[in-house]
Design a protein around this ligand. Structure first.
Ligand code: V47
Length: 360
């Protein structure tokens, strides 16, 4: 039996009583035994979503892999003229969307490289084309990073850019581009990206416009546990103010084919700790997503015991970000029966959700 210190017992009591924990306590939680973290995270998860595990029917459209940024962790970026570069035309994206809608998807997630020249008008046309195909499909599109660049390319403020995207059919934005907020590490791993304050301000503007968004954290590279927790604290603070985040998605650094490959990858135990601590610490963000194309189906299944209540969606082999970074899932796709089975073995019940977590 582990001898638990008074301090740790107090943290445990706070978690079990449903109260908020401090950043300092969250750092300490990372050192708790995995089995205790699992119990605490599960109690917190069940308060929000009972025995449910959410998923949706979705596809991704990745308009381009050309990118103005030079992120060291990226295995995806190309330069103009590279053999592996792509830039989809509006017609090509429309036919991808048409196929997805024909197959019954309820959400289309549009995200790609940060194109040097495309402006709001180009991106708004993607939304208009999809919206013309379906009034109902939820369009979750463009990271804060992409929105800043496309607004700049059009000579617009982010607020005016957003207004145009919303008019063209945007429903919410995804959580990408947050990486890690600590300025020193951020400068090292993604030197040209917008800073933390700008990322947060774009999400605040999205929430103020009445739309929701997701948030992410790229972990398992050079950051410390304190960096992880202060990243989450910034998200928790913004959520206290706006309430606009639906889900938090910890993104495990995948080491294939990029400039940080030498760092290797975190053990699965660290992934489970990260899920559990985020479920407990982010007490105001209702959903915690295991993005299975990144972490793999088996680990996603285990994560359901560590506070996760969302398995993203069926995807239908429509994203390349993680397969290029060496993920096991080289053609990511999941049938609904498989998602149901994953939930069942975890003692939970899979339910199809819409993009704002209403049961379908
Ligand atoms: O911001 C890129 C990450 C993100 C690597 O909102 C990497 O529902 C690990 O944000 N190892 C984009 N991560 C993906 C993303 C996302 C995915 C699924 C759902 C949602 C949502 C959002 O992918 C980037 C970056 O943090 N990323 N390369 C890598 N080698």
């Amino acid at each position: 039996m582990r001898n638990i210190s008074d301090k740790d017992q107090k943290i445990k009591d706070t978690v079990m009583s449903g109260k908020r924990i401090s950043a300092e306590d969250a750092v300490r939680l990372f050192d708790f035994p995995l089995s205790e973290l699992a119990v605490m995270a599960d109690v917190r998860k069940r308060k929000v979503s009972g025995d449910l595990v959410f998923f949706n029917r979705n596809i991704h459209i990745e308009p381009t892999n050309l990118c103005v940024n030079h992120c060291l962790f990226c295995s995806y970026r190309a330069r103009k003229g590279d053999a592996h570069a792509w830039e989809y035309s509006h017609d090509e994206m429309e036919s991808l969307a048409k196929k997805g809608i024909r197959n019954g998807v309820t959400e289309i997630h549009v995200v790609g490289g940060v194109h040097p020249d495309w402006d709001i008008n180009y991106y708004a046309e993607i939304l208009r084309r999809i919206r013309k195909l379906s009034k109902k499909v939820h369009i979750k599109a463009f990271t804060a990073e992409e929105i800043v660049q496309m607004s700049k390319n059009a000579g617009l403020s982010v607020e005016n850019g957003l207004e145009q995207l919303i008019r063209a059919g945007l429903n919410s934005i995804p959580g990408g581009g947050a990486e890690i907020f600590d300025p020193t590490i951020r400068k090292k791993i993604c030197p040209d990206k917008i800073d933390a304050e700008t990322w947060l301000s774009v999400h605040e503007a999205v929430h103020t416009s009445g739309l929701s968004s997701n948030c992410t954290m790229l972990y398992g590279h050079m950051e410390t546990l304190e960096n992880r927790v202060s990243h989450m604290l910034a998200l928790r603070d913004l959520q206290d103010k706006t309430g606009g985040f639906n889900a938090f998605i910890p993104l495990k650094f995948k080491a294939g084919n990029n400039k940080m490959s030498h760092l290797g990858e975190t053990p699965v135990s660290d992934d489970m700790r990260t899920y559990a601590v985020s479920r407990i610490f982010l007490d105001n963000i209702p959903h915690l997503k295991a993005y299975w194309p990144m972490i793999g189906k088996d680990n996603a299944s285990v994560s359901l015991g560590f506070g996760v209540d969302d398995l993203d969606g069926t995807i239908d082999d429509s994203t390349k970000i993680y397969s290029l970074a060496g993920a096991d899932e080289q053609n990511p796709g999941m049938r609904i029966a498989e998602i149901q089975q994953i939930a069942r073995v975890a003692g939970l019940r899979a339910v199809e959700r819409n993009s704002v977590y209403r049961e379908i």
